[in-house]
Design a protein around this ligand. Structure first.
Ligand code: FE2
Length: 425
């Protein structure tokens, strides 16, 4: 007797008519025609079952704070950082916990199973760190929350940031972060990368830096990050987030840089929603898009995962915890239009991001954690196109979120189809 069987699923690899049986929190069998009984049976009706969405880049200490204490009028990164500085002293640990818990509920209902959140380590009280460590504990049964110690004001530029970042790591924050392009000089930026990577190496931690989130083609901290990764033997444990300067770099230099990143096993985390909004602000026309070179990084063999970065906070007024919105935007900005490219964008918000975060037991094979989401879509491309409705979210073999299929308005000039019924009959 299984705990749960999901019948007649389509998998992201195109396999159809698959049954997924869950027992003791794991996938006990995944094949066609499982005859055994289960305490609960869900008929997927040919819809797509995917491993959970994974958000590899988020700021949970700031989320859902939109308008507090004021709006970001220019909508720029720098006004966002200034506004965050105004908000920080106004919020309590309990405020951050309450907003983060609300966000986690929203994320889980949207099929997100894991989030890597940066947490600001520049305030002496480490309010965000205290709050998100508490949230990590509270949500652990239904959401994997990985925290990155993030010295938002620059680990060298802010005189207390280094000590506070180390304190945050001592308190149990999982990953070492940084922001080299925000340090006072290029030399300080490079030095910050070196120091922070050494801390990670000493402690056996992963690294995830906000790296070169600028349109400056000479912002080359990713080169230093790749170098330090290799020097310290951190291959496979380091990610560069944003990497937007790569959009503006000289092609010849990039032809040297990408192989260095490959050698170092550095992962890339573009954040399409935010960077299409923030980059190119000093341009008239033509106006740069600012997204890093997703296709070229991927084709070179670098693991690329799309992150959401922000939802309703000082930097971004929109967002709804939907990784399919992120994939949709990444697809457009990167002009990833072929069938295989579009399907790859689904990987960028699922398996690729899981690999970057080092999630164990992730996937849809026997023995993996029984974590998955039933989407009202036929395949990953349709899921992105429709930002498909989440019919059920399963964690450790238990349904933790469920809602009825919806009617999609496929064509405003034509009939409205209920896909669920259309597929059944
Ligand atoms: Fe970020």
């Amino acid at each position: 007797m299984f705990d749960l069987i999901v019948k007649n699923a389509t998998l992201p690899n195109g396999q159809t008519g698959v049954d997924i049986a869950c027992a003791e929190g794991r996938i006990a069998a995944i094949e066609a025609g499982i005859g055994a009984e289960a305490r609960q049976v869900i008929d997927a009706r040919g819809n797509l079952v995917s491993p959970p969405f994974v958000d590899p880049h988020f700021h949970m200490d700031a989320t859902l704070s939109l308008g507090t204490p004021r709006m970001n009028v220019s909508g720029t990164l720098l006004e966002g950082i200034a506004l965050w500085g105004e908000l920080k002293p106004l919020q309590s640990v309990d405020d951050i916990i309450a907003r983060a818990m609300r966000y986690c509920d929203l994320a889980v209902a949207k099929g997100i199973g894991a989030i890597r959140s940066h947490v600001d380590t520049c305030d002496d009280e480490l309010k965000g760190v205290q709050a998100l460590l508490e949230v990590r504990e509270r949500v652990k049964d239904y959401l994997d929350l990985q925290l990155v110690a993030f010295p938002q004001d620059g680990v060298l530029r802010d005189p207390k940031a280094m000590a506070n970042t180390i304190r945050a790591l001592d308190m149990g924050v999982d990953v070492v972060g940084g922001i080299p392009h925000f340090e006072r000089t290029m030399a300080d930026g490079a030095e910050s990368v070196r120091l922070l990577c050494e801390i990670a190496a000493e402690r056996g931690l992963m690294v995830d830096m906000h790296c070169d989130e600028t349109d400056d083609p000479l912002s080359r901290h990713i080169e230093t990050l790749a170098f330090e990764t290799q020097r310290l033997g951190l291959q496979g444990r380091v990610a560069g987030s944003h990497l937007t300067s790569m959009h503006s770099m000289d092609n010849y230099y990039v032809s040297k840089l990408i192989p260095l990143m490959v050698e170092a096993g550095v992962h890339a985390i573009p954040n399409p929603l935010i960077n299409i909004m923030l980059q190119g602000r000093h341009d008239t026309y033509p106006k740069r898009r600012g997204q890093t070179r997703v296709r070229e990084l991927r084709d070179a063999g670098i693991t690329v995962g799309f992150g959401s970065d922000c939802v309703m906070d000082p930097w971004y007024s929109l967002g709804r915890a939907d990784m399919l919105d992120v994939a949709f935007m990444g697809l457009h900005v990167g002009q990833l239009a072929s069938r295989s490219d579009m399907a790859w964008c689904f990987d960028a918000v699922t398996v690729n991001s899981a690999r970057i975060m080092g999630l164990e037991g992730y996937g849809l094979t026997k023995g993996c954690a029984a974590n998955f989401v039933l989407l009202q879509a036929a395949d990953p491309i349709e899921a992105i196109r429709l930002r498909a409705h989440r019919i059920a979210v399963v964690r450790a073999g238990r349904v933790i979120s469920r809602s009825d299929p919806v009617t999609y308005d496929l064509d405003t000039n034509g009939p409205i189809w209920t896909l669920d019924e259309a597929r059944l009959r």
